[in-house]
Design a binder for this molecule. Structure first.
Ligand code: SAM
Length: 317
């Protein structure tokens, strides 16, 4: 039985939140109000997590598994998990991290087959970084970026742009990425967690168009479009390629193929739906698991991302 909805959408990309702990406290992520009940649930261990992913892969024939969080490098069993996932034969195993603790993990991760890492970097100066992440300590991230590039990892940078906080960083970030031959993707702020509050969202939201106007003040740009199932629109600015994940301006719900698994073994079909679907009672029952996956697929919005009060910290971005 194929897991497909009436719009032709399937579930091919699995984002796995390994932990809802993080070593940063970014303004768009941390609400300070833990969701009821979540803290009491046990986190999955390595064997259980690898088994969940294997079972999902058997039914969905996943293209990509992306490890995220919280902060995935805080998951104490990251290396054993990546080793276990090597046995599952996922075509593309990737990770998204804030990069603080990544440098010493680069070599062992690459040796285990994890070769694609997105690093979140919202500013190139300590002053602007502190406004977002509540720490000014950028050096470990820079070291991790260098270590990843030296270790043969494909690196992309993600930067959420917030009005009045780091919109002055749009060009420095592009320059930083270009100097290292890295593709940078800007993210429009999403209505998630603390930013689900309309007033806060409106205060900080900075649109794709506004980002482009700033880049065009320095570069001639050519639109490259958005690849099928991708989240980002891409442009070429002279020799530099960059993207914008324009969740608000140009939602990509119509061909979204993402499924999310949280660290308690629950799935979400859509960031705009904060009702988790439990898998613990059906992970070994093919028929029931198919039903739950179809339920997750039906959570997807067709046209517009509306957001939810659940923080990316819990659901994994
Ligand atoms: N800790 C890791 C990191 O920082 O990359 C992985 C998890 S983090 C939740 C994943 C991504 O979600 C980060 O790039 C972060 O900037 C982004 N993010 C979190 N909340 C967001 C929001 N409200 N709007 C847009 N992006 C957000």
């Amino acid at each position: 039985m194929e897991i497909i909805d009436k719009y032709g959408r399937t579930l091919k990309t699995l984002r796995v939140s390994l932990t809802n702990a993080c070593n940063l406290a970014c303004v768009y992520c941390v609400s300070g109000t833990p969701r009821k009940g979540v803290a009491k649930l046990p986190h999955l261990g390595v064997a259980a997590l690898a088994h969940y992913i294997h079972q999902l892969h058997l039914l969905l024939r996943l293209d990509t598994v992306r490890l995220t969080g919280g902060e995935p490098t805080l998951y104490p069993h990251l290396l054993p998990l990546v080793a276990a996932l090597g046995e599952v034969n996922i075509p593309n195993l990737k990770m998204t991290t804030n990069g603080h603790l990544l440098a010493p993990l680069v070599k062992p991760l690459a040796a285990l087959g994890l070769k694609h890492i997105n690093i979140s970097l919202d500013a190139t100066t300590e002053e602007d970084f502190r406004k977002i992440a509540n720490t000014k300590n950028l050096l470990p991230i820079f070291k991790s970026i260098d270590a990843a590039l030296e270790g043969g990892i494909t690196v992309k940078l993600n930067a959420v742009i917030l009005r009045g906080i780091n919109d002055s960083q749009i060009l420095p970030l592009l320059q930083f990425a270009a100097e290292r031959g890295i593709v940078l993707r800007y993210l429009e702020l999403m209505r998630m967690g603390p930013m689900f509050q309309e007033e806060k969202f409106q205060q900080y939201y900075f649109s794709q168009n506004e980002i482009l106007v700033i880049i065009q003040s320095q570069y001639d740009i050519v639109a490259l479009g958005r690849p099928q199932n991708a989240t980002a629109n891409y442009w070429q600015a002279n020799h530099i390629k960059f993207g914008i994940i324009a969740n608000e301006t140009e939602p990509f719900c119509s061909d979204c193929d993402r499924l999310r698994l949280d660290s308690h073994g629950r799935i979400y079909g859509c960031l705009s739906n904060n009702e988790p679907i439990q898998l613990s009672d059906c992970i070994d029952d093919e028929t029931l698991l198919q039903q739950r996956l179809l339920a997750a697929l039906h959570q997807k919005q067709h046209v517009k991302f509306t957001g939810s009060d659940i923080s990316m910290l819990a659901i994994g971005g």
